[in-house]
Design a protein around this ligand. Structure first.
Ligand SMILES: *Cc1c(COP(=O)(O)O)cnc(C)c1O
Length: 391
């Protein structure tokens, strides 16, 4: 096999990542995503999936998927604008417009692509995009792809958002972009204040609801429902299906003009193959469960409260999160890795998150809960943390 002319550089960079504890590796799962997973051949109790409602392996989703495969085959075979857009995609777009209270919805093959598409498709030279510093990588990458200027404000800092908006006063159009629930901290963005500032400065708002849809609000409608926003003050919504919905793919919900604009010029929409119709069929089944089975959200909330109460008693460094993402701040990279390993030796799997995913000095355990966890399993996690963190 021929190696790259600069292969030696790669070898050195990789060695450096290993030496500093920042080397990423794939691990192989066998069997379903769930509370128990078999990973690299070992059965583990998992607290690190984003399957918050426990729907990824739900029988109703499986059945909808398999039935649709029988009717529609597997591959979509083309982009949405050619022959890839099936009647299941169409139905899902209509159902999601209803769910979000927005005029129109456009499906994307992944959340990453949806974020690239909405920012690049909507914003251009002379415009300014203003982002929270802890926004998801795909939102920042969307800004990189677009020719609009990018300004960032410190996490959830509303007075500095105000300053950035002032600074952008000569921009033609302004878009404020925030996660609804922040993926590594678990906290909820102050949406009412963001909306108020947007109004004052004639800016638009894009909210990434990847970790909020299905989880926040009585019917799982996310931040908008959580904050009780009215129909006439909705931000543009990006939602994903790979988390609480238990499937895969994503969407943008907005008004007719925004969606039509994306269809014309969002490159990550136009130039990619549609997701399989069966995924849309499974997502429709999932949407019904998300809306109707409020017990999943109630159960999740009770597990979260149990964990937070227990972790506080242990003196663990929790973050200000009321959502299914419960980080335990460790600080030092190596110490976080060691705690992760010790938990795994006890059969427990948690996320160990290090820079550059989070700021320097803020390595953490990223513990996530699912409606399918039991109280006993949360107790088991707390007991293990007590033993390990007391060492
Ligand atoms: C997961 C995630 C995405 C990307 O969605 P995918 O469908 O996994 O590509 C975007 N934004 C946030 C906040 C996320 O957590």
């Amino acid at each position: 096999m021929a190696s790259l002319p600069w292969s030696q550089q790669l070898v050195e960079q990789l060695a450096d990542k290993k030496a500093t504890g920042r080397y990423r590796r794939q691990r192989t799962r066998l069997g379903e995503q769930g509370v128990h997973v078999v990973i690299d051949g070992q059965k583990r109790l998992s607290f690190c999936s984003n399957d918050y409602l426990g729907l990824a392996s739900h029988p109703a989703l499986k059945k909808a998927f398999i039935d649709a495969v029988e009717q529609e085959g597997v591959g979509a075979g083309a982009a949405h604008l050619l022959t890839g857009h099936s009647h299941y995609h169409q139905k899902l777009e209509l159902a999601l417009a209803e769910f979000t209270g927005q005029q129109r919805v456009l499906l994307f093959s992944s959340g990453y692509q949806a974020n690239m598409g909405i920012i690049d498709g909507l914003m251009t030279r002379g415009d300014t995009v203003i982002q929270d510093k802890l926004n998801h990588a795909s939102l920042l990458d969307g800004s990189r792809l677009s020719e609009a200027d990018l300004l960032r404000y410190p996490h959830a800092n509303m007075s500095l958002l105000h300053k950035r908006l002032d600074k952008a006063c000569t921009a033609k159009n302004k878009l404020i972009v925030s996660d609804g629930v922040f993926s590594m901290d678990g906290d909820i963005a102050p949406l009412p204040e963001i909306m108020a500032q947007a109004k004052q400065h004639h800016a638009a708002v894009l909210l990434d609801e990847a970790h909020a849809l299905g989880v926040l609000g009585e019917h799982g409608r996310g931040s908008v429902e959580y904050w009780n926003l009215g129909q006439d003050e909705l931000p543009i919504i990006m939602g994903t299906f790979g988390k609480a919905f238990g499937t895969s793919g994503a969407f943008i919900a907005a008004d007719d003009e925004v969606i039509e604009t994306l269809i014309q010029q969002a490159r990550s929409y136009v130039y990619t193959t549609a997701q399989p119709a069966a995924i849309a069929a499974a997502t429709l089944a999932s949407l019904t469960l998300v809306e109707q089975e409020s017990w999943r959200r109630e159960k999740l909330q009770s597990l979260i409260s149990q964990f937070r109460a227990g972790a506080k008693q242990l003196g663990l460094n929790l973050m200000d999160s009321s959502t299914a993402i419960q980080p335990v701040l460790i600080g030092d990279d190596q110490q976080a890795i060691n705690i992760g390993k010790a938990l795994e030796e006890k059969g427990l799997l948690v996320g160990v998150i290090r820079p550059p995913t989070v700021p320097e000095g803020s390595a953490r355990l990223r513990i996530t809960f699912s409606a399918n966890h039991t109280e006993q399993q949360v107790t088991q996690l707390l007991d293990a943390l007590e033993v390990i963190c007391a060492d």
